[in-house]
Design a binder for this molecule. Structure first.
Ligand code: PBG
Length: 337
């Protein structure tokens, strides 16, 4: 009986998708998306001092590095073919003030790190972070009104513009506003141009969601908000049409690259921006996504390498052109064989 049923169903079957899966060779020929080391941007955490390497507990394999060790790390990343690093400062409390003034101090260690990496590894693209939170005693990405607790948008723009200009003067190739204030791309573009930094790019954190997946990052920088949350500026995880508004505005204001963040829980948003915009699309595979895979692999519950590569490939399939990921070095090592 089963035989007749099989004949009935297969008699007119012209399409047999399995033909395109019959060998590794044909699977390679029909493969639609692939990963290369050129897709990766490696985030690095920098701290003051020399010869310091502080492991980050919730991000196994990631460290806070002093400038000298960060330079060594960047040299290695360059050798294995990674085109870009994204730098974040881990500031001691003594650098944190309500107005985040250390963020545009040319003598701050973050600026020294940019200069040092640029001079030692000039081919490496340096992306820098434009947001107040690592330098803010309030732990927010914008200025906090001391009376109402409100995050002051337009007052924050001036600080962000100064920060971007300072980073550009230190040698940043790409500034990455991660703050989600309205109008920041326009304010930053205007300030950069005015100060002669016309070729410095803006990778805007366009659709940055108010996500619990940033937990390990905030531990790494000790940058969690002291009061309240980031819901009045970061996006509601329930929304996707709103990401199109953000993308439209960032394009109008002069962004060069649009980013979606986090990555894995927001692949649909990557897809939408890919379809709606002609600009390159970046995705940030954030700290919590890294921590989940690392934790499960440590327990032996998942094959860490395989899951890492599958997750990274999913970003390409969704439409991302580049991936900020703490897996950059490990994934590159696997790709390089
Ligand atoms: C803040 C910023 C955050 C991250 C990058 N920039 C955290 C936040 O918004 O609180 C998170 C990155 C990660 O989790 O890997 N400007």
């Amino acid at each position: 009986m089963a035989f007749f049923v099989a004949v009935f169903y297969t008699k007119n079957m012209k399409q047999r998708p399995r033909r395109n899966r019959k060998s590794q060779a044909i699977r390679d020929l029909v493969q639609e998306n692939s990963l290369t080391t050129k897709d990766f941007i490696a985030p690095l955490f920098i701290l003051e001092g020399s010869n310091i390497k502080e492991p980050i507990g919730s991000m196994p394999g990631q460290n806070r590095l002093s400038i000298d060790l960060a330079v060594e790390e960047v040299k290695q990343l360059h050798e294995i073919g990674i085109p870009c690093v994204s730098l974040f400062p881990a500031c001691p409390d003594s650098h944190k003030t309500p107005d985040a003034a250390a963020s545009y101090d040319p003598d701050h260690f973050y600026q020294a790190a940019i200069r040092e990496i640029k001079s030692q590894v000039p081919e490496m693209l340096i992306m820098t972070d434009v947001a107040m939170d690592p330098y803010s005693s309030d732990g927010h990405d914008g200025l906090v009104d001391p009376d109402s607790g409100e995050i002051l948008n337009d007052e924050t723009l001036e600080i962000l513009a100064k920060m971007a200009v300072c980073q550009a003067a230190s040698g940043s190739d790409i500034v990455g506003p991660s703050d989600m204030m309205d109008g920041r791309v326009k304010a930053i573009r205007k300030a950069l141009d005015k100060h002669g930094h016309k070729s410095v790019s803006i990778m805007s954190y366009t659709a940055k969601y108010c996500s619990a997946f940033y937990g390990p990052f905030r531990e790494a920088l000790d940058s969690a908000p002291k009061a309240g949350d980031k819901k009045t500026y970061q996006m509601n995880p329930a929304n996707v049409a709103e990401a199109e508004i953000e993308a439209y505005l960032d394009e109008q204001e002069g962004a060069d690259i649009l980013m979606v963040k986090p990555g894995l829980p927001y692949l649909d948003v990557v897809r939408v921006l890919r379809q709606k915009s002609q600009l390159p699309i970046a995705v940030y595979n954030v700290s919590g996504e890294y921590a989940m895979i690392k934790a499960a692999a440590e327990k032996g519950w998942l094959d860490g390498d395989a899951v890492m590569m599958e997750a990274l490939l999913s970003f390409k399939r969704a439409g991302a052109d580049m991936i900020l990921t703490y897996f950059a070095k490990e994934a590159a090592a696997l790709l390089n064989g």
